[in-house]
Design a protein around this ligand. Structure first.
Ligand SMILES: [Zn+2]
Ligand SMILES: [Zn+2]
Length: 263
C-alpha cells in the first residue's frame, strides 16, 4: 500500500471530484492521502471537510508562501493556528508553509514571518511541519535552526527540488524528504542523484496533485493514484522492489505523522 503524502483534493484545477480521486487512489493501491491546506482563512474549511468525508484521508492546516502576504492570512495569530491545529483528529500536520523566492508572489518579509509562525505552532503542538521551499535554501534552513533552537521540530521537505546542500542539511535536522513526479522528468538528473543519497527511512512520496503528474502522465492532470508511478521509479533508483518501497515509505509516513490512524 502506498500513501500520497501531499495532495490538494479540492484545488480548483483538480479535474475530478474528491469522491472519484479517492476511489481511483484506493483501487490503484494508494491506501491513504494527506490533503494539504494553502490558506487558513481560505481553503482550510473545505480541506478539513473533505478529509472528514473519507477514511484514511487526513489534512494539514497552514498558509502557502504564495499566500503569506494576504491580510486574511497575516491576521491569523500563532494562538489561533495552534487552536485550529489541535481541534480535530484529522488534522495531522502544519503547512504547507515556507519560502518561495522563485515566484515571489508574497513579499519575502511576509513569507518569513508566516514560516516562523508555523514553526512555532509545530513546536507547541508537536505536529510535523510541511515545508515548501524554492530558490530559498539558505533562508529556509537558517529560519528552521533559529526557531527550533534545540527544541523538537519534525517535518518534511515536500516536493523536494532543491540542491544537495539543502537535502543534507534537512536530513541532518532530522527531516524527511518527499519526492514528487519531478523525479521522473527527463531533466531531473541532479534530483535523482540526491534521491540516491537519502536514507530509505527518511523517504516519502507525493503527487502534489493537481500539479506535476509523473511520467507516463506528464503534462496531464495529476491525481493521488499516480503516486504509484513515482514510488516505482524511486524503488528502481534505490535498487529495491516496489513492494519494499511501498512498505518503507508508508511506515515512514506514519512514523512522522503520528496522529494519522488507519481505519
Ligand atoms: Zn508546495
Ligand atoms: Zn502543495
Amino acid at each position: 500500500m502506498w500513501i500520497d503524502s501531499h495532495c490538494h483534493l479540492t484545488h480548483e484545477k483538480m479535474a475530478l471530484p474528491p469522491e472519484q480521486l479517492v476511489n481511483n487512489a484506493k483501487s490503484g493501491g494508494v491506501g491513504g492521502m494527506l490533503n494539504i491546506s494553502c490558506q487558513i482563512n481560505g481553503d482550510f474549511p473545505d480541506v478539513l471537510a473533505t478529509a472528514k468525508k473519507f477514511d484514511n484521508v487526513w489534512c494539514s492546516v497552514g498558509t502557502h508562501p504564495h499566500d503569506a502576504g494576504l491580510e486574511t492570512e497575516k491576521s491569523v495569530t500563532l494562538e489561533k493556528l495552534i487552536e485550529i491545529a489541535n481541534s480535530g483528529s484529522k488534522i495531522i500536520g502544519i503547512g504547507e508553509s515556507g519560502l518561495d523566492y522563485y515566484y515571489d508572489r508574497s513579499p519575502r518579509g511576509d513569507q518569513q514571518e508566516s514560516f516562523r509562525k508555523h514553526i512555532r505552532a509545530c513546536i507547541e503542538t508537536g505536529l510535523p511541519l510541511i515545508v515548501h521551499t524554492r530558490d530559498a535554501e539558505d533562508d529556509t534552513i537558517a529560519i528552521m535552526r533559529e526557531e527550533a533552537d534545540g527544541k523538537e521540530l519534525t517535518g518534511v521537505m515536500h516536493c523536494f527540488s532543491s540542491g544537495p546542500d539543502l537535502a543534507a542539511k534537512a536530513l541532518d535536522f532530522g527531516f524527511y524528504i518527499s519526492f514528487s513526479g519531478i523525479l521522473t522528468f527527463n531533466k531531473s538528473d541532479q534530483l535523482r542523484e540526491i534521491a540516491k543519497t537519502v536514507p530509505l527511512e527518511r523517504l516519502l512520496v507525493e503527487t502534489d496533485a493537481p500539479y506535476l503528474a509523473p511520467v507516463p502522465h506528464r503534462g496531464k492532470d495529476n491525481e493521488p493514484a499516480y503516486v504509484v508511478h513515482t514510488g516505482k521509479f524511486l524503488a528502481e533508483l534505490k535498487g529495491i522492489s516496489e513492494n519494499e518501497m511501498a512498505r518503507i515509505t508508508t511506515e515512514n509516513f506514519f512514523r512522522l505523522f503520528k496522529k494519522a490512524k488507519l481505519s
